[in-house]
Design a protein around this ligand. Structure first.
Ligand SMILES: Cc1cc2nc3c(=O)[nH]c(=O)nc-3n(C[C@H](O)[C@H](O)[C@H](O)COP(=O)(O)O)c2cc1C
Length: 190
C-alpha cells in the first residue's frame, strides 16, 4: 500500500528551489502510486498571524484548530496523512515565516493534560519529512533540529533532504545528481 502524502510548502517563489525539489519529490512518490497533495502556505490568507495561543483547541475533543481560516483544512489533512512533508527555503537559519505560521498552529493537533503530565496526538506513527535548501553550506543542520525534535516528541519517524549550495531561486537544477536523488527520496516515501 502506498502512503498518503501531504506536502506543505513555505516558499513564496513559485518556480524556485523549494518548488523544484517538491516537484521532483512528488514525481518520485507518484511513480510509486502514492497520492500526493501539495499546499503552499505562502499564497493563503489567514485570520491570525500564526498561533495566537488562545488554547481553545485544548478545551474541545477534536484535534483541530478553532480558527476557521485557510490553515484549518491543512491541519485536518495532517491528521489524515501517512507522510507529512514540510518544504522550506532556509531563512536566517530557520524555516520561512510563511511555513512557520501554519506549523505553530499544529498546537491544535495535540492534547495536553498538564495535571497528569500526558500528551496525545493523532500524529503518532506518521512520518515527518523536511525538504530544505539554502544558498550556503551553513545552517541546514540547525534548521533540521526543531523538525527532528518535533517528530520525536510526537512519536513520528523523521526523514530529511537538505540541499546546501542550492544558489538563488531555480538554480538547484544546476546541482549534479540532485534531481535523481530527490526523485529517489520521493519513491522511498511513496
Ligand atoms: C529572506 C531570505 C533569507 C535567507 N537566508 C538564508 C540563510 O540564512 N542562509 C542561506 O544559505 N541562504 C539563505 N537564503 C537563500 C535561500 O535559502 C535559498 O536561495 C533557497 O534555496 C531559496 O529557495 P526558493 O527558491 O524556494 O525561495 C535566504 C533567502 C531569503 C529570501
Amino acid at each position: 500500500m502506498s502512503n498518503k502524502i501531504l506536502v506543505i510548502s513555505g516558499s513564496p517563489v513559485k518556480n524556485g528551489n523549494t518548488a523544484t525539489l517538491v516537484n521532483w519529490f512528488t514525481a518520485g512518490a507518484r511513480a510509486k502510486g502514492a497520492p500526493v497533495e501539495i499546499i503552499n502556505t505562502a499564497f493563503l490568507k489567514y485570520k491570525v498571524n500564526g498561533c495566537i495561543s488562545c488554547r481553545r483547541c485544548q478545551k474541545i475533543a477534536a484535534y483541530e484548530c478553532v480558527i476557521n481560516d485557510a490553515a484549518k483544512p491543512i491541519l485536518a489533512k495532517m491528521n489524515d496523512a501517512d507522510v507529512i512533508v514540510m518544504a522550506t527555503p532556509l531563512y536566517f537559519y530557520g524555516p520561512s515565516a510563511q511555513l512557520k505560521l501554519v506549523m505553530d498552529r499544529m498546537f491544535s493537533l495535540f492534547k495536553w493534560d498538564n495535571k497528569n503530565d500526558t500528551m496525545t496526538t493523532r500524529l503518532t506513527g506518521k512520518t515527518f519529512v523536511l525538504i530544505a535548501s539554502a544558498f550556503e553550506d551553513v545552517g541546514l543542520k540547525d534548521l533540521e533540529r526543531p523538525f527532528a525534535i518535533t517528530a520525536d516528541y510526537a512519536g513520528m519517524k523523521f526523514r530529511s533532504l537538505l540541499v546546501p549550495n542550492a544558489g538563488e531561486s531555480g538554480e538547484v537544477k544546476k546541482i549534479p545528481g540532485i534531481r535523481t536523488k530527490t526523485i529517489a527520496f520521493g519513491k522511498k516515501l511513496g
